[in-house]
Design a protein around this ligand. Structure first.
Ligand code: OAD
Length: 244
């Protein structure tokens, strides 16, 4: 049964009239590409794996091979999938509106592959390797069960943000500025549970922005517009309405 999507005229007008749109995406926007989310019942990653063991610096320090293997598995999984109509739709929307800043919590690089420009990676990128001690980017792939930094010998870690770690400063600052200056803030495919990303909508709302949520299981956090739909269905429909 095809999903019905209702795009309110007032939402299209708000997007058309906006000087600056800020979009925050989460794992849900990549779900239709086949990338598992974290908290969706059953197939969410955190229902099968312990985040504290696999997504913390402590977990990596205690077992760099286990954590390294898990991220290499996720990296291989993501490398085989493609951007879906939601990613492609956001890239198209960026060309239709005055200004769109895209902040993503995802580390899969699918927004960039879909053509979105200036993507702010709030939680880093799974395809980047860094030294666990110096945090410098390791450009060349290092072989071995526990790849080690060529300059200091520390284990190599994925360039993603783990629980308890700081958001990269430039990503944090750019996102805060965009959220506090935008006229419309769109939250797409996120459970809005992880801060500081989940606090961006509050910044936007406090500055008078219109807020929009696209999620088949809405978080009910006071968004003015809620499209209770999959992103892959709602975003192309939104783009069609904007182009009409
Ligand atoms: P979650 O797994 O917490 O939430 C995914 C959201 O996407 C849920 O609200 C789903 O209802 C929604 N969703 C599922 N399918 C969808 C679809 N087709 N279209 C639109 N929405 C859909 O993932 P995030 O909110 O991204 O951080 O999680 C935030 C952070 O917690 C992640 O960046 C990661 C995780 O732990 C770290 O690892 C530091």
């Amino acid at each position: 049964m095809s999903e019905t999507v209702t795009i309110p005229d007032a939402l299209v007008t708000a997007l058309r009239d906006a000087h600056h749109i800020c979009v925050l995406t989460g794992a849900g926007i990549s779900a239709e590409s086949g990338v598992p989310t974290f908290r969706d019942a059953q197939e969410g990653l955190w229902s099968d794996y312990d985040p504290m063991q696999l997504a913390t610096p402590e977990g990596f320090a205690s077992d760099p091979k286990l954590v390294g293997d898990w991220y290499r598995w996720r990296r291989e999984q993501v490398a085989t999938v493609d951007p879906n109509p939601a990613h492609l739709g956001l890239a198209a929307m960026q060309e239709l509106v005055t200004r769109l800043t895209l902040v993503t919590q995802n580390v899969d690089g699918l927004h960039q592959r879909a053509g979105s420009r200036g993507v702010i990676e709030f939680h880093g990128n799974i395809f980047v390797d860094r030294c666990f001690v110096e945090n410098c980017v390791i450009e060349t792939p290092i072989p071995g069960d526990i790849p080690r930094c060529p300059s200091c010998g520390a284990p190599v870690r994925p360039g993603v943000v783990w629980f308890g770690e700081a958001i990269p400063e430039d990503a944090l600052n750019l996102s805060f500025v965009a959220a506090s200056q935008c006229d419309v803030f769109m939250s797409i495919g996120t459970s809005s549970l992880i801060y500081p990303a989940a606090g961006l909508v509050d910044l936007a709302r406090d500055n008078g922005a219109i807020t929009v949520e696209i999620n088949p299981d809405p978080t009910r956090q006071g968004f003015e517009f809620v499209l209770e739909n999959k992103a892959g269905t709602a975003i192309p429909k939104l783009v069609n309405s904007l182009s009409a």
